[in-house]
Design a protein around this ligand. Structure first.
Ligand SMILES: [Zn+2]
Length: 95
């Protein structure tokens, strides 16, 4: 009963920032790179501030892109770099 209620409420709740999660995820890289127009940036920023599903994902991707830039001209394929980065993060969170 509670689950049904929650899913109904979830459907009625407007998407944070007036933009839905799928759209935010589709444009995440452009957002991080600042390639979108100001209006879109504002909407995505507003969404990320409120959305607990998208924010961790954004945080991860933004840190990952910073990591790639620090690496400079590395020959490792993106998938491998992603694995390396994840390993670094896990290492850091372990302390
Ligand atoms: Zn979201």
């Amino acid at each position: 009963m509670t689950g049904l209620w929650q899913s109904l409420v979830g459907k009625m709740m407007p998407s944070p920032g007036g933009i839905d999660c799928a759209e935010v995820m589709a444009q995440l890289y452009e957002y991080i790179d600042g390639e979108l127009d100001d209006e879109k940036i504002e909407r995505i920023r507003g969404h990320l501030e409120k959305c607990q599903r998208c924010y961790p994902r954004y945080n991860f991707e933004a840190a990952f892109l910073r990591f790639l830039k620090q690496q400079g001209r590395t020959k490792a394929p993106p998938e491998l770099q992603r694995k390396i980065f994840k390993a670094i993060l896990e290492e850091e969170s372990r302390g």
